[in-house]
Design a protein around this ligand. Structure first.
Ligand code: PLP
Length: 233
């Protein structure tokens, strides 16, 4: 079942790329495997998935230990500073950096381990107070400050759009995130890249691809419904 879901998802991404005049290789598919057991991830791995997204540090680390080492692990959930030490060295990209304090903790840990950390800055382009991530102006300021940390490298931006019935309703959010990345790029800040845009989930990833996503994060569309209620991001 996972194999068919993956095929369908990849096909949808291909079609969205074609509609937007983009190349399929420009868009990475992250299989969001939070709450799913290791054998299901193994199945996805065997179907060719190498990018997995998790939103809890402990779960990511457990799965990291259990699965092949050529997997790229993406931390997509809110990250607490006291968990940073478990993550650095295992994670490929942290999508959810929303504060200077968190970035500084990443710097400390990276320095200690003599390694580098790649991150995205999480932006709340929708302006919803309940979600993590800052506004436009706050984002530019945050980017400037994080850029000064020598072992932390900003690769782009990430956003979590609200759940909507009609994915078209989120198009403006994705377009805003892309525009913000263009604006930040024009500032030519040292140690800042803006080539990654992580946006789009099961309900709206096709619209996100049309609007320039370079990573989409698809959970339900690959693994089926998650088995708990009241999920928080
Ligand atoms: C859970 C989650 C996803 C995947 O959501 P689906 O609707 O199941 O595709 C994507 N991004 C983030 C940040 C998530 O927490």
């Amino acid at each position: 079942m996972i194999r068919e879901h993956l095929e369908q998802t990849r096909q949808n991404i291909d079609r969205a790329c074609r509609r937007a005049g983009r190349g399929t290789q420009e868009v990475g598919l992250i299989a969001v495997s939070k709450t799913k057991p290791v054998p299901l991830l193994q199945e996805a791995y065997e179907a060719g998935v190498r990018d997995f997204g998790e939103n809890r540090v402990q779960e990511l680390v457990e799965k990291y230990e259990a699965l092949p080492k050529d997997i790229r692990w993406h931390m997509i959930g809110h990250l607490q500073r006291n968990k940073v030490k478990y993550l650095v060295g295992k994670v490929y990209l942290i999508h959810s950096v929303d504060s200077l304090r968190l970035a500084r903790e990443l710097q400390r840990e990276a320095e200690k381990r003599q390694t580098e950390v790649n991150i995205l800055v999480e932006v709340n382009v929708a302006g919803e107070k309940s979600k993590f991530g800052g506004s436009r102006e706050e984002t530019l300021q945050l980017v400037r400050e994080i850029a000064l940390l020598p072992s932390v490298h900003i690769q782009g931006l990430m956003t979590v759009a609200p759940y909507v019935e009609d994915p078209e309703a989120n198009r403006v959010i994705f377009a805003n995130l892309r525009q913000l990345a263009v604006d930040i790029k024009q500032e030519n800040i040292d140690n800042v890249n803006m080539h990654v845009l992580s946006m789009g989930m099961t309900g709206d990833y096709q619209v996100a691809v049309e609007e320039g996503a370079t990573y989409v994060r698809v959970g339900t569309g690959i693994f089926g419904n998650r088995s708990y209620e009241g999920e928080t991001i």
